[in-house]
Design a binder for this molecule. Structure first.
Ligand code: NAP
Ligand code: GCO
Length: 266
């Protein structure tokens, strides 16, 4: 039974995996037997810090690159380099993402566009770059990192919700268009995870009290807490492994039950 969850010999590219959710998923892939972990960030500083972090975690065979997922020429060049230097890309995780928390009517167009470009166009660019080789081999795994905002809205995150809602449908469309090549494209929809991206929502107030959003999210989560990035490890290994070969176009919410819960009565 365990073998179907093994990633033995597989090469996995996790975008934006210097830290946060991507780093946790890449570590899990390595522990599941992946032969090579490939990650990219938008700048050299975080890429180098990422390499140090993997080394400190005892993860070997890690390859870090600087590549903005919105730059299709750079992504195409990176994929060619990976194929030449490392080999086939068995698993792609479209993890790289940003958020800008600004009331929609105050948001500048270019701010809205940047979120859409990184969070939705980036996964399209990276997926389109790896799919031809997966088609040739008639095998591949693509995992998109969606969000609670693939299903729900909230104030100040209009661009992010639009992007993550679109990413949900991009997941289903890649499934529909490439399932015949034995390519499975699924998504993980994390709940509220303690990473740098959500750090502003957990900051202590000047009087030492909890951030109101921190209290709000704990009331919206049945377990009453933020989730840890490492809690995405099992779902990610499942969707990257042969164990999920018959799962396609699925959004696997790893949210501690948020989407099922009306919230704790104040
Ligand atoms: P994070 O801590 O901010 O990490 C984001 C990663 O993406 C960093 O490694 C960042 O590296 C990279 N990145 C950003 N823009 C990039 C670009 N243009 N090209 C390449 N890399 C880029 O975020 P996180 O919390 O780990 O979130 C990871 C993913 O999960 C995102 O898609 C996010 O929307 C999603 N998500 C997060 C949560 C949560 O609660 N944290 C919940 C649901 C979904 P550099 O900035 O150094 O380039
Ligand atoms: C926010 C948070 C969320 C999380 C995540 C929830 O501002 O509401 O950043 O968007 O990042 O996407 O699933």
């Amino acid at each position: 039974m365990n073998n179907i969850f093994s990633l033995e010999g597989r090469n996995a590219w996790v975008t934006g995996a210097a830290y946060g959710i991507g780093f946790a998923i890449a570590k899990a892939f390595a522990k599941a037997g992946a032969a090579n972990i490939i990650f990219n960030t938008s700048n050299e500083e975080s890429m180098l810090k990422g390499l140090e972090a993997y080394k400190a975690a005892g993860i070997e065979n890690v390859h870090g690159y600087v590549c903005d997922v919105t730059d299709e020429k750079a992504v195409a060049a990176l994929v060619r380099r990976i194929h030449a230097e490392i080999g086939q890309i068995d698993i792609l995780v479209n993890n790289a993402g940003i958020i800008k928390r600004i009331p929609m009517h105050e948001m500048k167009r270019e701010e809205f566009q940047r979120v859409i470009d990184v969070d939705l166009v980036g996964p399209y660019i990276c997926s389109a770059a790896v799919i031809p080789e997966m088609m040739e081999r008639r095998e591949g795994k693509i995992i998109n990192i969606c969000s609670m905002m693939s299903e729900l809205g909230r104030e100040t995150v209009s661009a992010y919700a639009a992007a993550k809602g679109g990413l949900k449908m991009l997941t289903r469309n890649i499934c529909s268009e490439y399932g015949g090549y034995n390519i499975q494209c699924n998504a993980i929809g994390p709940g509220y995870i303690a990473t740098p991206q959500t750090a502003p929502l957990r900051e202590r107030q000047s009087d030492g009290s909890r951030h109101p959003f921190d209290s709000f999210i704990c009331a919206k989560t049945p377990a009453g807490r933020w989730l840890d990035p490492d809690e995405l490890a099992g779902p990610a290994v499942f969707l990257a492994s042969k164990a999920s070969d018959a799962v396609n176009g699925h959004i696997l919410y790893v949210d501690g039950g948020i989407l099922a819960y009306i919230g704790k009565q104040p």
